[in-house]
Design a protein. Structure first.
Length: 536
């Protein structure tokens, strides 16, 4: 049996002779103790990591400043599978996976043992790649079923991908030779099952209607999987379906998590097909268990993220309650930053991180003295120097919360400048984390368009011009260009906030929807913003 092995070759600039190999781990960065230690300033101290995980070679970014690029696509901290020939960009350096060997996987099918080589080092299954196939033992279609299990296991890695779930239901309906297949998921808010995915197996004279939830609800209520072998059993609980001749035999397999039920997997056959067997139910239960594992994991992650966002929002509000001149500054900067991130083409995970980071970007102001934070006039040089410490104070506070580590580059770096004249570290250019460069543009735009006790906020048109003039000196020119492209979305936020402030000023007056629309129509032409003051 071959041992796992990977070789990375540095390409470009005539450097093809440099090769690094490993049987378990390759870390890339400027630290001398790393397996691939480089001196290029565009590379972070610990930039990226390649490791052997569950028999597969994967790469992930380690929180670098400039990001890690795999085959032209920026990746994050989530491990991504590698194949021979893949190109990895780390700062200004480019590597190619010149050799790759993975550990074989052994699968038992009853009394039969089959050894599988993972093709090209991919996770299996990939939604677009069938992956290694198994020979079907006589009288079975184990290879098809194993592919189904692999696809369902992949949900734990990629999340509840809609296309992948639909593919699983389509293939499972075919595998079970069912007339219909469906995945019902439990709605936690209303504690009811909802049909989220379904498929037709083509076994019948006409296209059937989607499966109903009567029997799936019964399985959920009883907290057990159910097998209905014939129409007599079905008629006791679903007489309408029997009368229409839709169902003869039904499987309802429960999706169970560790402490709760998630949903029900449903398959049915019509009168022309043989009844489901206990073996069918066992296979459906195995598929349901794997689906539940992936879906439960990501539901827990979503719950955790919602709780984290609520906590972060509370912390952000604590800052604004102390500073009377912020006027929803944090919420506006977050909205602008997300618009800019989307315009730059950042992925959903990166945008989630930017949202959390932007909500916390001024958290260090909690540690600033009230005489400075609440001062109605301009700050003296000494006071401004003390105000600048809020980035370090915030960084020190959030550093103690590992779950918020992705926010640290923004908290510390959103006052750095492209030309290196910012604070606190004097970083320049792409040494400034991209997330911090994004928030710097959003933060400055809101500061310019917001009122302060000693000056009114400038019109949006002038603020955009100021950003453009400072591109390449104060701000990342790429970020400024993207922000200008998204100008209409930014101005819409300003217009809506101006309207909300106007409506707030009318006191107890109640406006109908028609009046609200009429007011919006009157303000179609962008007007100077009317915002409360913003601290430095």
């Amino acid at each position: 049996m071959q041992s796992p092995f990977i070789a990375l070759t540095l390409v470009g600039n005539g450097a093809n002779s440099q090769v690094w190999t490993s049987s378990h781990l390759l870390r890339i960065g400027r630290l001398p103790e790393l397996e691939i230690a480089v001196e290029d300033i565009s590379v972070s101290r610990l930039h990226a990591e390649i490791s052997l995980t569950d028999g597969v070679w994967v790469i992930r970014d380690r929180g670098s400043s400039n990001g890690t690029i795999l085959n032209g696509v920026r990746i994050g901290r989530t491990p991504q599978p590698l194949q021979k020939g893949d190109v990895i960009e780390v700062g200004n350096l480019k590597f190619q996976v010149s050799q790759l060997q993975v550990r074989p996987t052994v699968v038992r099918l009853g009394q039969q043992t089959v050894q599988i080589e993972l093709a090209k080092g991919r996770w299996f299954p990939d939604p677009d790649v069938e992956g290694p196939s198994l020979p079907d033992p006589p009288g079975t279609n184990w290879g098809t079923f194993l592919r189904l299990i692999r696809r369902s296991q992949r949900l734990a890695d990629v999340g509840p991908n809609h296309e992948l779930l639909q593919t699983i239901i389509n293939e499972a309906t075919t595998y079970f030779q069912a007339r219909r297949g469906g995945l019902f998921l439990l709605n936690d808010t209303h504690c009811q099952l909802t049909l989220r995915y379904y498929a037709f197996g083509g076994h019948g004279a006409s296209t059937p209607r989607p499966p109903g939830k009567t029997l799936a609800t019964l399985a959920l209520r009883r907290r057990q999987s159910l097998l209905f072998r014939d129409r007599v059993e079905v008629a006791k609980l679903a007489p309408d379906s029997v009368a229409r001749g839709e169902m003869n035999s039904i499987l309802c397999s429960l999706l169970r998590a560790a402490d709760r039920e998630i949903g029900v997997l449903h398959f049915d056959r019509g009168p022309e097909a043989p009844a489901f067997t206990e073996d069918d139910l066992n296979h459906a239960d195995l598929l349901a268990a794997n689906l539940a594992l992936g879906l439960d994991r990501h539901q827990l992650v979503e719950t955790h993220e919602k709780t984290l966002i609520q906590l972060i929002s509370t912390l952000a509000q604590a800052v604004e309650m102390r500073d009377p001149y912020t006027g929803n500054h944090t919420q506006r900067v977050t909205a602008y930053a997300l618009i800019l991130a989307e315009e730059l083409g950042l992925g959903e995970q990166d945008r989630r991180q930017i949202r959390m980071a932007t909500l916390l970007h001024d958290i260090g102001k909690i540690a600033i003295d009230d005489q400075i934070l609440r001062k109605p006039g301009r700050l003296s040089d000494r006071e401004f120097t003390l105000m600048q410490t809020h980035v370090l104070r915030g960084w020190e506070m959030i550093q103690m919360i590992p779950a918020l580590a992705s926010a640290l580059p923004v908290i510390r770096g959103h006052h750095e400048r492209w030309d290196g004249q910012g604070y606190p570290d004097g970083l320049a250019g792409e040494d400034i984390p991209l997330t911090a460069r994004i928030v710097a543009v959003a933060d400055a735009f809101d500061a310019m368009t917001s009122d302060r006790p000693y000056r009114a906020g400038m019109p949006a048109e002038r603020a955009f011009a100021e950003l453009q003039a400072a591109a390449g000196t104060h701000f990342d020119p790429t970020c400024v260009a993207a922000f200008l492209r998204a100008r209409s979305k930014v101005e819409r936020i300003l217009e809506n906030e101006s309207l909300e402030k106007q409506f707030h000023q009318v006191g107890s007056k109640t406006l109908s929807r028609r009046e609200l629309e009429r007011e919006r129509a009157v303000t179609e032409t962008p007007q100077p913003s009317e915002h409360q003051a913003l601290g430095n």
